[in-house]
Design a protein around this ligand. Structure first.
Ligand code: NAD
Length: 316
């Protein structure tokens, strides 16, 4: 199952493997195992600090004949400190070098937030804070960054380009000047944050949608950022629906998204779970089950830069 991307017609698998917090020293083995289990989409980012190791896993998988480069769909993202035109171009090339590949299938602007440049030789990945422990904004418009993204396409370094953590008004703005329209929007989306208006807008505009943090609070427990929300993986509603179909709660949560045509990129350091997550499309939820799951919505957003610095309230 795949989403067909506009402009290129390239097929983006509906289930991919997320690389955020994939442990650095086991990342190459995990990526290798993910490819062996059947994953073809890898969702990375400069910010995840494991692009070199992920690339090592890809290289081994190709060397062992599991896949060819063209069978894989490799996504990465441009970090906030590299939004200026020249920095965006330079960093994309640096990131490709870390992966050891010639092009990204998809390159995304990670957040619509421009932060002061940090020289990668000084600190990489730079994360949110300057050396003084504070957040420093930079006056770079998304229009400037988008121009760099488009030029990466022209140079063959990115097949498709897109955006992440953008809201409706900013998407409309990008479309006013885009020579190459964003093909993918990646946002936090799970039954506690269903984002129906944004889903409708993306559909209307023909922008493929990828959900991140499909298991809701689970990913944020280890960061102490789960807001004490009830686990979706242990929700009685999801458990009952899973029992009905003889599927795990994780598979139900992923299928809830893919059945709406929304791609998912679950992350796991555990080989059995990553294989289980990939097998989430082998059953169908009923309309009523989809609606019941959606009714869990409480607009609970777990990944909100406003909590890092109130000036970064991009979802306000
Ligand atoms: P996720 O929803 O994939 O959850 C991961 C957590 O769930 C981990 O703690 C893992 O151990 C656990 N888990 C995974 N499979 C399980 C299973 N079958 N049963 C029980 N527990 C299971 O969370 P995520 O990592 O936040 O999101 C997925 C991916 O989305 C990331 O890895 C990253 O690639 C991407 N992402 C992007 C952004 C962005 O700003 N664009 C932000 C967050 C994540």
């Amino acid at each position: 199952m795949a989403a067909v991307l506009k402009r290129t017609g390239q097929k983006m698998p509906l289930v991919g493997f997320g690389l955020w917090k994939v442990t650095k020293n086991t990342c190459a083995d995990t990526v290798y195992a993910a490819i062996k289990a059947g994953y073809r989409l890898l969702d990375g980012a400069g910010d995840y600090g494991n692009e070199k190791e992920a690339g090592e896993g890809v290289r081994r998988a190709i060397a062992d004949g599991l896949v060819k480069r063209e069978d894989l769909f490799i996504t990465s993202k441009l970090w906030n400190t590299f939004h200026a035109y020249d920095h965006a171009k330079t960093l994309a090339k640096k990131q490709l070098g870390l992966w050891g590949i010639d092009y990204f299938d998809l390159f995304l602007i990670h957040f619509p937030i421009a932060l002061q440049y940090v020289d990668p030789n000084h600190r990489y990945p730079p994360e949110w804070f300057g050396d003084d422990g504070k957040v420093h904004l930079q006056n770079t418009s998304i229009q400037e960054t988008w121009k760099a993204m488009e030029d990466l396409v022209d140079e063959g370094l990115a097949k498709n380009i897109g955006i992440s953590n953008f809201n409706g008004s900013l998407i409309l703005d990008v479309l006013r000047y885009a020579r190459i329209e964003p093909q993918v929007l990646q946002v936090e989306l799970h039954p506690y944050l269903t984002q129906e208006p944004l889903v409708q807008l993306a559909k209307q505009l023909g922008i493929a949608l990828t959900a991140y943090s499909s298991f809701g609070p689970q990913s944020y427990v280890e960061l102490g950022m789960d807001k004490n929300a009830e686990s979706l993986l242990e929700s009685s509603l999801i458990q009952n629906i899973g029992a009905e179909h003889r599927k795990s709660t994780g598979q139900v949560l992923l299928r809830w998204a893919t059945q709406q045509g929304i791609a998912v990129i679950p992350k796991s350091n555990n080989i059995d779970r990553l294989a289980e997550n990939l097998q989430c499309n082998s059953f169908n939820l009923s309309e009523s089950e989809l609606a019941q799951i959606s009714s869990l919505n409480s607009n609970l957003r777990l990944n909100n830069p406003a909590e890092i610095d109130p000036r970064l309230a991009i979802f306000a």
